[in-house]
Design a binder for this molecule. Sequence first.
Ligand code: PLP
Length: 391
Amino acid sequence: MLRTIAGFDRIGEENAFAVLARATTLSSQGRDIINLGIGQPDFKTPDHIVEAAIKALKDGHHGYTPATGILPLREAVAADVEKRTGAAVSPDNVLIVPGGKVTMFAAILMFGEPGVDILYPDPGFPIYRSMIEFTGANPVPVPIREENEFAFSAEETLSLITPQTRLLILNSPANPTGGVTPSGEIEKLVEGLANHPQVAILSDEIYGQMTYDGEAHVSLMEFPQVRDRVILLDGWSKTYAMTGWRMGYSVWPDELMDKARKLAVNAWSCVNAPAQFAGLAALTGPQDEARAMVEEFDRRRKVVVDGLNAIPDISCRTPKGAFYAFPNIKATGWKAKALASALLEEAGVAVIGGPDFGILGEGYIRLSYANSTENIQRALERIGNFLSGSQ
Ligand code: PLP
């Protein structure tokens, strides 16, 4: 018997990948599957970004780069964050990472150990809890409630902080709910955090540029009171349709930056060099395609929400950000994971059961509207037919 550390008995997964694998298998068997499961834009990376990677390869950028990333890219990230949040960011505090997920891995590894509380959103991105469990820290779910429009409640979050709390994970706009926490609530949270100076904040803002109906995204970087303990998680995957490039970045406070850099040196040396040049082109080049993508998501969002609300026993709030709808399916009498599985196997629609995002996810399913309007309409029709038994 090979004995690994106990963390591997506790580490979890992201079920969206298992659903994707199953959907792909069914498709390869000739089934017509509509995939509203995986959270990635259905658009191609804009051409000028792809061209920048090709050029970098042709220009001979084949070697290691500094562990934190090439300087022009870190400068571009710092300038972009500064433009969007008003925070003066030094390129020395920017770490280029192989995908946004790596920032949560690094931050949770940095703070988690037995005896420590880490607060995370429930329902929320499943890797938060998985990584907290891996470290042996105590996962403390912060409830994200439908009746609160799937926003964080500052009061409830603050009430869960103990002297053992070392890290608070926030995510707005949110996966899986599409919830956007309003500025007033974030201000209240920041105010309350003044009483808990030992708490670092991992702010996952990967969907920060995807908000709708004029809803403003408020970044934790906007608050000088807490900036010296905010780890900003962001990246290229969603904004520029670059999930497969594995390009993300984080901004670290001075106190933590060298630790993050050392982790990079130990774990991945640096991010793929041509991809970094692609990332640079994304930030410094034209933004029209990225903007058009958000406008298209907005149109589909309305189709999804209207379509879901037209199905008896399903009700869906209008998500204000990201590209997910999180309808309430309690009145159907189905358990969420059973419904997700039946929809895939019997109706040919891949969605994710809410419990894959936490305990409070029961009674909900997640639909990603990163698919064509036509496919979304066909999927909604199939879901409606399935639930009415007229399959
Ligand atoms: N954070 C959230 C909330 C996400 O939904 C995702 C991806 O689905 C990530 C981070 C990770 O993004 P990346 O693909 O850049 O690792």
